[in-house]
Design a protein around this ligand. Structure first.
Ligand SMILES: Cc1cc2nc3c(=O)[nH]c(=O)nc-3n(C[C@H](O)[C@H](O)[C@H](O)COP(=O)(O)O)c2cc1C
Length: 188
């Protein structure tokens, strides 16, 4: 009875990551895959989590040492200046062993038509040479604009997928599985 209760608790009450740790569908699936993302207001994070649920691998949030303002307009103004100055903010979070990954999903919001400066920092900090890089982008109506192009230009020696994910905020309309099939992560 005690065993049964423990089993039920593990399946229902533990946080997602902890419950998944022993499951093949969780982080043990595709250990060669890293899902790295930057997200200011949560949309790109949500897509990253959806990819992680479907693909497994390691989910990694790119965070800056200095956080952006809480207020939207102030953040857009700071971001505009940083992008114009090609400023690369210092990153707080670190990938422990980049060498173990051969495929890296990289997520960014569209900021002023390009990738967020934190993602530029990530691309400058790590050697992704020879890795398959799959961009995923969320936007507020402007679409892809120069995001994927700029990410590709800043990713030296990467094999950037020609099938990036681009969505208006998190509005996926069930496209996620179709996309993961197209790029070979879901078989049927
Ligand atoms: C600083 C800043 C600049 C933005 N610039 C654009 C833009 O040029 N084009 C666009 O479509 N959306 C733009 N947006 C909207 C975001 O791309 C959109 O809301 C995105 O889904 C946010 O992702 P996040 O929640 O992961 O931060 C901007 C948002 C911010 C905060």
């Amino acid at each position: 009875m005690k065993k049964l209760l423990c089993g039920l608790l593990a399946g229902t009450l533990l946080p997602f990551g902890a419950a998944q740790a022993d499951e093949t569908v969780g982080s043990n699936q595709n250990p060669n895959v890293l899902i790295a993302y930057y997200s200011w207001s949560g949309n790109t994070k949500e897509i990253a989590e959806d990819i992680h649920k479907a693909v497994g691998g390691t989910l990694f949030e790119i965070q800056t040492v200095q956080s952006y303002p809480e207020e939207y307009r102030a953040t857009t103004e700071q971001a505009k200046k940083e992008i114009n100055d090609h400023f690369k903010p210092e990153l707080k979070t670190k990938v422990e062993n980049m060498a173990q990954y051969d495929t890296v999903f990289i997520g960014s919001p569209n900021w002023w038509g390009t990738i967020a400066p934190a993602v530029s920092s990530f691309l400058a900090e790590y050697d992704l040479n020879g890795k398959t890089v799959i961009p995923f982008i969320t936007h507020g109506g402007g679409g892809e604009q120069n995001t994927v192009k700029d990410l590709t230009a800043q990713c030296t020696g990467c094999n950037v997928s020609s099938h990036p994910w681009v969505s208006y905020k998190t509005m996926t309309l069930g496209r996620m599985n179709g996309w993961l099939k197209e790029i070979g992560f879901i078989k049927e």
